[in-house]
Design a protein around this ligand. Structure first.
Ligand SMILES: Nc1nc2c(c(=O)[nH]1)N[C@H]1C(S)=C(S)[C@@H](COP(=O)(O)O)O[C@H]1N2
Ligand SMILES: [Mo]
Length: 390
């Protein structure tokens, strides 16, 4: 399917009256640390992050346009100059460590892939609102996810050219954004190892997003895109990559992005990798609809486990369910769109539910076991709407 170019392409010039050139914050706004505009009809701002509003995807194509793609920053968007950018490849797992410039990277054979990026914390607020047990962290609704068409060089190509050795085990990319300090602890720059098997399978060093150079907020000039895995793995503003013959670690696979709590082993579960199955309606939270009028309700489902096989919807709070029509591409690494026609019978509050199953048979549960940091909320979401006299 051709990429549907949006009328709303982002421009990312420095804002007039912005910050001095030598400020490492570049053109990022002091409040959010995000460069692109965040109009309230497209985004909800959450500290250093911006959540996409799902209603902003109504009548929009398969890809999330760059102007409304969610932003998850641990600190702030750095402005990195592509012409002086170098990617340093180093570590015990490389026979010929080297540096690579932007032009050299662009000269290598590229691939283009539709891939979802989703934050492990997406849906976190539902632990409180739906399961009555809050979790620590940014209270995302369901808008911490997006699909874009990424173009870049397979990470495998670059690692092979740097002579990756047969006994290499871990690959760790590190961002050029400022060090992340939380509760008085300096965790250093955002970085997180992934096993060599994943790094060599399907990871991209991406430099284009939906046909445009990567925007500053999404990792300009180069980011990782790690299909199927939690968004954190897709390190933005990559400055160096370490390849090691012994296991690597960082705070992002020891104290963060693991499951802690009653349902998990003491000391936590393993570092999070693949995401679960999820669904969302392209409707405002608390949408107001008119009784007796026909509506085409649209939504999307996605899974880190592969293609979406089936989606069922309940328009009466979970009493009755119907299978819905899947629309258009069903890309394993992206998402699947669906729709159902609904004529709300009478006025009052309703809960709309969508439950997807992926090709491995994984299905959204009614309840997600609690974890202290609120990761991977995959339960069927009860989306509230109000029906009024039409
Ligand atoms: N260098 C760096 N990479 C990063 C992050 C970050 O803060 N710094 N955030 C990660 C997280 S937690 C997510 S969910 C994704 C978000 O990608 P996006 O902002 O392009 O949507 O980027 C990941 N890569
Ligand atoms: Mo994330």
């Amino acid at each position: 399917m051709p990429y549907e170019k949006s009328r709303h392409e982002t421009t990312y010039r420095r804002r007039a009256g912005g910050i001095a050139e030598d400020d490492p914050a570049g053109g990022a706004r002091p409040s959010s640390g995000i460069v692109k505009p965040l109009p309230p009809e497209l985004f909800a701002e959450l500290e250093t992050n911006a959540e996409m509003r799902w209603e902003a995807m109504r009548e929009v194509g398969f890809h999330v346009p760059n102007d409304r793609f969610f932003v998850r920053n641990h600190t702030r968007t750095p402005i990195v100059d592509a012409s002086s950018w170098r990617l340093r490849l180093h570590g015990t797992g490389l026979a010929s460590p080297r540096d690579l410039g932007h032009r050299e990277l662009l000269a290598l054979p590229s691939v283009t892939r539709d891939v979802a990026i989703e934050c492990a914390g997406n849906g976190r607020s539902l632990f409180a609102s739906q399961q009555h047990r809050p979790a620590t962290g940014t209270p995302w609704g369901l808008g911490g996810v997006g699909v874009a068409r990424w173009r870049g060089v397979p990470l495998a190509t670059v690692l092979e050219r740097a002579g990756i050795t047969p006994d290499a085990v871990d690959v760790m990319a590190r961002g050029l954004d400022p060090a992340y300090v939380a509760d008085g602890v300096d965790h250093g720059r955002v970085r997180r190892p992934i096993p060599v098997s994943k790094a060599m399978r399907d990871v991209l060093l991406a430099y284009e997003m939906n046909g445009e150079p990567l925007p500053p907020d999404h990792g300009h000039p180069v980011r990782l895109v790690v299909p199927g895995w939690i968004g954190l793995a897709s390190i933005k503003w990559v400055g160096d990559i370490e390849v090691s013959t012994s296991p690597l670690s960082s705070p992002w696979n020891t104290v963060l992005y693991r499951m802690f709590g009653d349902a998990y082993p003491p000391g936590g579960g393993p570092p999070l990798t693949a995401r679960g199955v999820r669904s969302a309606f392209e409707l405002p939270w608390g949408a107001v609809l008119s009784a007796g009028r026909p509506y085409v309700l649209r939504g999307r489902s996605w899974s880190g486990g592969g293609r979406i096989a089936d989606v069922e919807v309940s328009l009466d709070g979970g009493v009755s369910w119907q299978r819905v029509a899947l629309r258009g591409p069903d890309t394993a690494t992206a998402w699947t769109r669906w729709q159902v026609v609904w004529r709300p019978p009478r006025t009052g509050p309703y809960l709309l539910l969508a439950r997807a199953t992926d090709e491995t048979g994984a299905v959204q549960p009614d309840h997600t076991p609690h974890n202290d940091l609120g990761y991977l909320f995959d339960a069927v979401v009860r989306h509230p709407v109000t029906v009024v006299d039409g």
